[in-house]
Write a protein that binds this ligand. Structure first.
Ligand SMILES: Cc1cc2nc3c(=O)[nH]c(=O)nc-3n(C[C@H](O)[C@H](O)[C@H](O)COP(=O)(O)OP(=O)(O)OC[C@H]3O[C@@H](n4cnc5c(N)ncnc54)[C@H](O)[C@@H]3O)c2cc1C
Length: 437
């Protein structure tokens, strides 16, 4: 009775997009999802006034073609995201609040930034994002942190500081703990190589809500998705695979596609997998983050000529951006999780509001809603997006993103970095690989 052609583990964007394509080709597919909802790292809630608040992934860039294509197929609409908003950035620096573009830069810093970025761009052009391992200098580039490399090419301390602030606002790891090769690989997929830039990665959002992408697919798949189904054990064999849930219930199929994030995947016992693949999958890790979403009646910061974007060296939040009218998003970067997780929830709320008031003024105290999602410790995420510390690209190795039939893998961890694009791109590619098997 619990038998299908393919079992997909996880009903995030990767699992759902793979299952949708398989079902469209007449494959009998079942999706097993531990949570009682679809979407995984995309989620949303509706405010009493009807505005949707995104509690997970939100924005995409023009090179995110798999996601864009899926959005069009689902009849959803892309609209400009915060990068297009007018106004000034706010900087909460160790030495005080500043407004404007890189306010601690002088002319020498600006020239140094341009030189370092030109050199970064030159290096990006030498990296094949599908095969960074074959780069003649792959080992060295992977062992170097972005921070070390910046200093090697003569970047000023303020350039390193600016890059670090930008990375922490994204809740990525510090430039001192990020592999240069991973960063080169990530920017190589954009077609506009340079340092990570909101204008390249964070340009559009789905007007109907980014979680709606997942919800639409889950609705299409209907009974094929089983919720509250935490997978604990997978047995792989060319004569048939078995998937066992925490409840002891068993499902069988010819093929298994895992879209489980790196942390929770380590807790699943998988028999029949090669040691090399297990080592590669278990080597991956996430940046640990939490997301904060705050709703106001309106975008009050605009009256002060601000665009709602904030960068913080001092707070629990790494920065903010405008999610939509009156709603700010923020991430708590990995290095600030300990202070964040060690603080009582009520106190966290007060301290976040204090940070927002320090950045945007007293109106920031009139929040209608403040929601915190602790993805870092959520048992079914244990992270945020893949983090590549120095040595990790070579450590994970060329098995990354590949399959070992009857075991397939997809999910944003199997792309160059996290991102909704990575989930959809690898999910649909895994389905295509199964269909041509
Ligand atoms: C706070 C936050 C902000 C983000 N912002 C952006 C953004 O602006 N733009 C962008 O492109 N990306 C963003 N991302 C990343 C993006 O949301 C993810 O990369 C993408 O949604 C991951 O999809 P996935 O299907 O690969 O994994 P997931 O969405 O994590 O799906 C995996 C599924 O597996 C399930 N699962 C886990 N363990 C088990 C188990 N044992 N048994 C069964 N099921 C299990 C989970 O419940 C989950 O539903 C953000 C992520 C977070 C957390």
């Amino acid at each position: 009775m619990n038998r299908s052609d393919v079992i997909v583990l996880g009903a995030g964007l990767a699992g759902l997009s793979a299952a949708r394509d398989l079902a469209a080709h007449g494959v009998d597919v079942r999706v097993l999802e531990a949570r009682h909802r679809a979407g995984g790292r995309v989620d949303q809630t509706t405010l009493p006034d009807g505005r949707l608040m995104q509690l997970g992934g939100e924005v995409i860039g023009p090179s995110h073609t798999a996601y864009t294509q899926l959005v069009a197929e689902l009849g959803l609409t892309l609209v400009p995201a915060f990068a297009a908003l007018p106004g000034h950035d706010v900087w909460m620096l160790a030495d005080g609040r500043r407004v404007g573009e890189l306010p601690f830069f002088d002319d020498a810093d600006r020239a140094s930034y341009e030189r370092a970025e030109a050199e970064f761009r030159r290096l990006v052009a030498t990296v094949d994002p599908d095969d960074p391992w074959s780069h003649p200098d792959a080992d060295r580039l992977d062992r170097l942190s972005v921070g070390q490399w910046l200093r090697e090419v003569g970047a000023t301390p303020n350039v390193v500081r600016a890059r670090d602030i930008a990375m922490l606002a994204l809740a990525a790891e510090s430039v001192e703990r990020t592999s240069l090769l991973s960063d080169l690989r990530k920017e190589a997929v954009t077609g506009e190589p340079g340092f990570y830039n909101y204008d390249v990665w964070e340009v559009s959002r789905v007007a109907e809500g980014s979680a709606t992408v997942a919800l639409r697919m889950a609705a299409e798949l209907g009974h094929r998705v089983t919720y509250g189904a935490e997978v604990v054990h997978v047995t792989l064999s060319s004569s048939g695979c078995t998937v066992e849930l925490a409840t002891g219930e068993r499902y069988t199929a010819d093929t298994v596609l895992s879209t489980i994030p790196a942390g929770p995947l380590r807790r699943i016992r998988i028999d029949g997998l090669s040691d090399a693949r297990r080592a590669s999958l278990h080597r991956q890790r996430h940046a640990l983050t939490s997301k904060v979403t705050v709703a106001y009646a309106e975008s009050f910061w605009a009256a002060d000529g601000l665009n709602g974007t904030m960068y913080s060296e001092t707070g629990m939040m790494g920065g903010t951006w405008v999610q939509r009218d009156g709603i700010l998003s923020a991430l708590v970067p990995p290095e600030r999780q300990s202070a964040f997780l060690a603080t009582a929830p009520g106190r966290v709320h007060d301290e976040l509001i204090d940070e927002l008031a320090a950045a945007f003024g007293p109106d920031a105290r009139d929040a209608q809603s403040l929601i915190v999602r602790r993805y870092a410790v959520d048992p079914y995420t244990l992270g945020y997006i893949t983090s590549w510390r120095p040595g990790d690209v070579m450590g994970v190795g060329p098995l990354h993103g590949t399959h070992e039939p009857p075991f397939y893998v997809a999910g944003s961890d199997q792309w160059v970095c996290g991102y909704m694009e990575g989930a959809v791109r690898t999910g649909r590619a895994a389905a295509a690989a199964m269909l041509t098997q």
